[in-house]
Write a new protein. Structure first.
Length: 258
């Protein structure tokens, strides 16, 4: 799926490939893609991943989802004539994007695409990149394996990295309903629920050593939280601005952490 920005002056400008989060359908990201296309002035392509793809990937392994990301990148490059793309992954989509960059996948018996050769920038939005060996969640185990095999900003400076996490809710075992929900989610992901994050993913697992990290005050994980990473142009500019000028945006709610 492509979202076209008619105001693009140079059609060969690096396009953006957007990978959605766990359990989502690519159609859920249409509005986000339109906002991003307007802010970035680039063509935006959404990886054709559906709820069924996520379910199958959860059962058989994330290589299928990485393959869908590869197809989206190939389509974007063939359509635009560009040499590289900008890869934007939301939530578990950031884990899939990191897997696409890699030269091998867990087990060494699934195809790997070495996508770092075709990616200029990698932006992870609320992504649990520092996964743990979770006994009940294949995706978190995949994230943990990738973090061991390709630690930190592994392909920098060839690939420019940016990790982003909303600072929306402090998880508390005893507190307001959203604090208790966040506590359980953070604890499930990394074992520590008493920390800040976007309400679903804690900030601590969104960071990569050697990569700049941006905290966004008041930004939640997904549309269910109202203001989230792709909700409106003002919010998208908060993290897109970094790659436009190489610094944190001049907004009170955006804080760059290196």
């Amino acid at each position: 799926m492509e979202i076209v920005n008619r105001s693009i002056r140079n059609p060969i400008t690096e396009p953006i490939v957007l990978i959605g989060g766990f359990g989502s359908h690519w159609k859920h990201y249409r509005q986000f893609a339109r906002v991003l296309a307007n802010v970035a002035g680039r063509r935006v392509f959404i990886a054709a991943i559906t709820r069924s793809t996520w379910l199958l990937g959860s059962l058989t392994g994330y290589w299928l989802l990485v393959h869908r990301a590869h197809r989206a990148v190939q389509h974007a490059l063939e359509t635009t004539g560009a040499q590289k793309v900008i890869l934007v992954g939301h939530s578990a989509g950031g884990v899939i994007a990191r897997g696409y960059l890699a030269d091998r996948l867990a087990g060494n018996h699934h195809p790997a695409y070495g996508g770092h050769r075709r990616v200029a920038r990698f932006i992870a939005l609320g992504s649990p990149l520092r996964g743990v060996e979770h006994p009940r969640h294949r995706g978190l185990r995949q994230a943990a394996w990738l973090d061991r095999a390709f630690p930190g900003a592994y392909y920098a400076p060839q690939v420019q990295y940016l990790t982003v996490c909303g600072r929306r809710v402090e998880g508390k075992r005893i507190g307001l309903p959203e604090q208790r929900i966040a506590y359980r989610s953070y604890e499930f992901i990394c074992g520590d629920g008493a920390q800040w994050g976007d309400g679903v993913v804690p900030d601590s697992v969104c960071r990569l050593e050697g990569a700049p990290h941006l905290q966004l005050e008041g930004v939640g994980h997904s549309p269910a939280w109202g203001r989230w990473y792709g909700s409106d142009e003002e919010t998208v500019r908060l993290w897109w601005h970094y790659f436009d000028v190489g610094d944190a945006p001049a907004y009170e709610m955006g804080r760059m952490v290196v």
